[in-house]
Design a protein around this ligand. Structure first.
Ligand code: LMR
Length: 328
């Protein structure tokens, strides 16, 4: 009996397709904090599908959305240490690794997304992608979400209206100081904690893009919104430097192809969602979207813009000037 079983096993080994014995594809973790139905969520899915179509025998991209694996501050460290493979944190979340990206947080620096495109595509913008390489982080490209809007639990039209209110910010000292200039109190916290903090009235306001306000239902506790377009929420698609340099040239080309396709797609989604989600919010009976006049907007600019000068040395004058140039 033993001999029969043994012979059968030997026969199976000989006849089995090689695939049966091939190694399972290597799992690559892509961690992010937003809903799947957002520019970043859609971009991650496209990246997975294009990459697996090309290299699916070798790699599988496992996406963790909604901060279900970790929040963004941890994701940046996890990329640097090679514990995860891809993330696309907001440009405001890299201050532990470089000061230069703070340029993207300066209020009212970019008048519109075309200016952002021009700056990101310029030689200065492209050089910022490798500003964290010595710390293990490779920037593969920029992804848009869009311009940020101010929201609160009470009506506001002037900077003074926000005095004393607690505003959630990302963990970025530029953003913290921006609210301090308005005499509001900045409360830095992870994106995944914002909804609950609003619901429990631990914060009275926040700033975010139309798609984040909409997809995370912040409007349920923030019925007052202003079309302020005062700041930028964009992302950098990042990977670990050793992982990236360890790929073969051919593999890297496929990853670059997946990057190009998915960023282009994500940017198109960002553009569409920015106007659609704003329209959806403006249509809600419970929501009031205030459109400031040019004069009113100028008072917000005057209140926040002093930040530029105080960050000139840290960020670098040339970088700020290149960004300004892109906006002209
Ligand atoms: C936030 O923390 O508000 C954003 O960075 C969330 C995101 O990734 O869009």
């Amino acid at each position: 009996n033993c001999r029969i079983v043994f012979s059968l096993l030997a026969l199976m080994t000989l006849l089995s397709p090689a695939a049966l014995w091939a190694e399972a594809p290597r799992q690559l973790i892509f961690s992010h904090v937003v809903s799947p139905d957002t520019p970043k969520g859609k971009m991650a899915e496209m990246f997975k599908s294009v990459l697996e179509e090309k290299l699916g025998d070798h790699f599988e991209v496992v996406i963790h959305a909604n901060a279900d694996l970790m929040d963004d501050d941890e994701a940046v460290t996890a990329i640097a240490e090679g514990r995860i493979h891809f993330a696309a944190p907001s440009l405001s979340k890299f201050e532990g690794y470089t000061q230069k990206l703070k340029v993207f947080d300066l209020p009212f620096l970019f008048p519109d997304m075309d200016a952002v495109d021009r700056f990101q595509e310029s030689s200065t913008g492209q050089a910022l992608l490798s500003s964290m390489q010595d710390k293990g982080i490779v920037g593969l490209g920029y992804l848009h979400n869009g311009l940020k809007q101010l929201t609160a639990d009470r009506p506001f039209t002037k900077p003074q209206d926000l005095a004393g209110l607690r505003f959630r910010t990302m963990n970025s000292d530029v953003l913290i100081k921006q609210f301090e200039l308005l005499n509001a109190k900045a409360v830095p916290m992870a994106f995944s904690a914002v909804y609950q903090a609003l619901a429990e009235q631990r914060i009275e306001g926040q700033e975010n893009t139309w798609s984040n306000i909409f997809s995370k239902a912040f409007y349920e506790h923030q019925p007052y919104m202003m079309i302020s377009n005062h700041g930028l929420l964009d992302y950098m698609l990042i990977t670990n430097a050793d992982f990236w340099s360890g790929l073969t040239d051919e593999e890297r080309r496929s990853f670059q192809y997946a990057r190009d396709m998915s960023l282009r797609y994500g940017n198109a989604v960002a553009k569409a969602k920015s106007s659609n989600d704003m329209r959806e919010l403006a249509r809600m009976k419970s929501v009031s979207v205030y459109e400031p006049t040019q004069e009113e907007l100028a008072t917000w600019q005057a209140a926040m813009q002093p930040l530029w000068a105080s960050y000139e040395e840290l960020i670098g004058k040339k970088i700020i000037e290149a960004a300004q140039q892109a906006g002209r």
